[in-house]
Design a protein around this ligand. Structure first.
Ligand code: FMN
Length: 343
């Protein structure tokens, strides 16, 4: 289905530019470690995401040759632009990681200053960096100078609610050549608790001239329009709302452009999307790891319907690709038949 690209009733006006790339629709899959692998990125792009950011890759070169890192650096066949997130704390190491990833196919480098995870923050990276503004400047400059491709930055609104320094960080980002800035409307101390707040994102957007992506708690087309309206952001970034609902991108783009809600996808379409996703996971990770990784996606696809608890239990027991596919196919066939009977 074609996605119209402007709207008369809200600030949505088509694509956003990141360097030479037009991101249209300006609705972006957020980087999520353990989630936004190549199969999921391809799926979200096919279903309407204008851009899909990779899982974070560690800037420490000692970790680049693990199986996990090599899988994360595989971008073969991925539609342009390929955006790769790097995480670390040392400007020179991050610059080298940026160069390495560009040589491996990255067309946009995204720097992670948004992740609150202990694993990341204990080594003084992710959102912990927001506490040290001079270091932020050094990192941004080092990475921007290291590569020819656009560099984007992902931040939270600050360290904690008493220290919402997103405006300072945004100015630093702009002054040092960042091509677009994504702001998650929580502080690091908030983790994922409470509701995202958009006032700080609005202030950031009013302060800098580089494109701003608003992030946090956008799970429906109506919320998307609200966040565009209140922040004036150039794009939205969606994380958890895409888990088990990769079609959220086309739903949002359609609503922004027309003011109309698309109908929920029919079970038969959900089944086709899900079975295709499972096949991609097996092909990418191999059967054993693919079946294991597929379980969390199956859980997310099933989360919206109460009857799906039973499905989750059954399908989680499948140990082979064949069994996982068969149980999934059977479940959706029964669901579609039930809906036909009820109609
Ligand atoms: C499972 C998971 C993994 C995440 N991993 C990353 C990451 O690697 N890098 C990053 O910048 N943010 C990461 N995030 C944060 C998301 O990109 C996003 O900022 C956050 O989930 C808020 O958006 P949402 O409300 O749309 O989910 C992660 C979030 C989740 C739920």
């Amino acid at each position: 289905m074609g996605i119209p690209s402007s709207c008369r009733c809200c600030s949505y006006n088509g694509g956003m530019r990141i360097g030479p790339y037009l991101i249209d629709p300006p609705v972006v899959l957020a980087p999520m470690a353990g989630v936004t692998d190549k199969p999921f990125r391809l799926l979200c792009k096919r279903l309407g995401a204008g851009l899909a950011v990779s899982e974070m890759t560690n800037a420490d070169p000692r970790l680049w040759h693990t199986r996990k890192s090599l899988q994360r650096m595989d971008h073969v066949g991925e539609p342009e632009p390929v955006s790769v997130q790097i995480a670390g704390y040392d400007p020179a190491m991050l610059a080298e990681a940026a160069r390495f990833n560009v040589a491996n196919g990255a067309q946009i480098i995204d720097i992670n200053m948004g992740c609150p995870a202990k694993k990341v923050c204990n080594v003084w990276s992710g959102s912990a960096l927001l506490q040290d503004e001079p270091l932020v400047a050094r990192i941004v400059k080092a990475v921007v100078d290291a590569v020819e491709v656009p560099v984007t930055l992902k931040i939270r609104t600050g360290w904690d609610r008493q220290n919402r320094n997103a405006l300072n960080i945004a100015r630093i980002a702009e002054d040092n050549g960042i091509a677009a800035l994504a702001v998650h409307g929580r502080t690091r101390a908030d983790k994922y608790e409470g509701d995202a707040e958009y006032d700080t994102i609005t202030a950031v957007k009013a302060t800098v001239r580089i494109p701003v992506l608003a992030n946090g708690d956008v799970n429906t087309p109506q919320q998307a329009r609200h966040v565009f309206d209140v922040t004036g952001a150039d794009a939205l970034m969606i994380g958890r709302g895409a888990q088990g609902r990769p079609w959220i991108f086309r739903e949002i783009a359609h609503y922004l452009a027309t003011g109309e809600l698309l109908p929920e996808p029919e079970p038969v379409e959900v089944a086709a999307i899900l079975l295709g996703h499972l096949e991609q996971l097996y092909a990418f990770y191999g059967e054993l790891a693919g079946v294991r990784i597929a379980r969390k996606h199956l859980g997310w696809y099933a989360k919206d319907r109460p009857e799906n608890a039973a499905f989750r239990q059954v399908v989680n027991r499948a140990e082979s690709a064949d069994a996982q596919l068969r149980l999934t196919r059977d479940y959706f066939a029964a669901l579609a038949a039930g809906e036909r009977l009820a109609a």
